[in-house]
Design a binder for this molecule. Structure first.
Ligand SMILES: Cc1cc2nc3c(=O)[nH]c(=O)nc-3n(C[C@H](O)[C@H](O)[C@H](O)COP(=O)(O)OP(=O)(O)OC[C@H]3O[C@@H](n4cnc5c(N)ncnc54)[C@H](O)[C@@H]3O)c2cc1C
Length: 403
């Protein structure tokens, strides 16, 4: 066993959450080790959709405006409109005031980890944390290396080992399971999709496969998506695990047929869990905090998690900095920030999700259609982050600096 020198902060996991925390704490002059079990570039099952929420975050925190994101090759495709369906009925097809972008996670995550290293964090790849002692604030990798720190940040994704090391009371397991999602996704090479899309399904995708599609009722308490990328078309469905269970593969095949891609029903999609409202309200214990998927932070309606990974990491990094520099209580500072800046938003979005899927379960499609048409602009603004889900008012809680 090799014992590494002590750090101020050890961060487990080098996705968007881990790299954001490492970047901010490195910039603030703390001694940071980021431990990532894989080596970059590494992929992650993800649609790679970056709403304007994420775009604004990247500009404000990483100083990466859209021009820089393009220059670095981090924006693969821009969606300038969208189409929304319930089942096979088209509800809306509109232009977007500001585009949504699509990124390739292997590039995106590698770039942010590089920026964390440039900010002074030590990035250790191929370092899989196998044991966590949160009371002593030490982690041990599968190679036997031991890292000790004053604070541990669990940014190790939905299967988080750091989360599983915390005492039982921290995570309400019933609530976690109730709101845990599961998704299936397939990336189809664009050329094949263009050649084999038959237009025979009830939903006809646009000819140049350039419009993001969201299809509610493709599965229960979730939706299906078609996300255009430059070289691929990413097709997926995801919803709450407890109501979809084993039916999801069958629903995925149905979904492919619905959108005229029945030629691909034989291909095996990648399956992966995702948070859909199972965020942990107080994801902290003694010297350990959870960020991103590890803490269940993602949009309860759409499962968009990249922004929430970044934002929770920013809030956590601030709490860690206050703890290290002024002895502010770590768990209290982080949870207070979450309660003020993020959780009200997630609660309001959960209420909208419950209303929407409650209507679908009750087969109240007509009133739902009327509601969607009447509110679409405001819901799009809330998804893009220029309005709050709380009464759709203009709100800056998601974007205001905490540093
Ligand atoms: C099918 C699907 C589609 C999605 N589409 C979108 C989308 O279009 N837009 C969007 O915003 N979100 C989307 N999401 C959600 C998004 O992918 C996640 O919310 C986001 O990746 C969370 O970031 P994170 O940094 O918390 O975790 P992750 O990105 O999962 O990163 C965790 C990191 O920790 C590492 N790690 C894990 N265990 C250990 C260990 N023991 N030791 C060391 N390292 C470890 C992993 O290798 C990984 O690099 C989607 C999710 C799914 C499943």
């Amino acid at each position: 066993m090799k014992s590494r020198p002590d750090y101020d902060v050890v961060i487990v996991g080098g996705g968007p959450a881990g790299s954001t925390a490492a970047y901010l704490l490195g910039e603030a002059g703390h001694r940071v080790a980021l431990l990532e079990k894989r080596t970059y570039p590494r992929d992650k099952v993800c649609g790679g959709c970056l709403s304007q929420k994420s775009v604004r975050f990247l500009d404000r925190v990483f100083r990466l405006p859209v021009s820089a994101l393009r220059h670095e090759g981090l924006l693969d495709f821009a969606g300038t409109g969208y189409a929304l369906y319930i089942g096979s009925s088209r509800i809306l097809a509109e232009d977007l005031a500001e585009p949504v972008y699509f990124t390739r996670r292997e590039c995106y995550d590698a770039h942010l980890a590089r920026m964390a290293a440039q900010a002074g964090a030590e990035v250790h790849t191929g370092a899989e944390v196998a044991a966590v002692d949160h009371a002593r604030r030490t982690v041990t990798t599968s190679d036997g290396d031991r890292y000790a720190a004053r604070v541990l940040i669990g940014a190790d994704g939905i299967h988080s080992r750091v989360r599983r090391s915390l005492p039982e009371g921290v995570v309400d397991q019933k609530r976690w399971r109730k709101n845990l999602g599961w998704a299936l996704e397939l990336a189809i090479p664009r050329k094949e999709a263009e050649a084999l899309a038959n237009g025979n399904g009830p939903i006809r995708l646009d000819d140049n496969l350039a419009t993001p599609h969201l299809i509610f009722a493709a599965c229960r308490w979730g939706y299906g998506w078609v996300f255009p990328n430059r070289e691929t078309i990413v097709v997926g469905i995801g919803g709450l695990l407890r109501v979809n269970g084993k039916d999801l593969p069958e629903r995925f095949e149905e979904f492919l047929k619905t959108i005229g891609l029945s030629a691909f029903t034989g291909r095996k999609p990648a399956g992966y869990p995702l948070p859909l409202g199972n965020y942990i309200p107080s994801p902290a214990h003694e010297g350990a905090v959870l960020v991103g998927d590890a803490g269940g932070f993602a949009s309860p309606l759409l499962g968009e998690g990249i922004f929430y990974a970044h934002r929770t990491a920013e809030l956590a990094a601030h709490a860690v900095d206050r703890h290290l520099t002024c002895a502010a209580p770590l768990a209290v500072t982080y949870t207070t920030l979450l309660r003020r800046r993020l959780i009200p938003e997630l609660q309001a979005e959960t209420a909208l999700r419950d209303f929407l899927h409650g209507c679908l379960d009750a087969r109240m499609h007509v009133p739902l259609r009327v509601f969607m048409k009447a509110t679409s602009n405001r819901v799009v603004d809330a998804v893009q982050g220029s309005r709050s889900f709380r009464g759709f008012r203009r709100d800056d809680d998601l974007h205001s600096a905490v540093w």
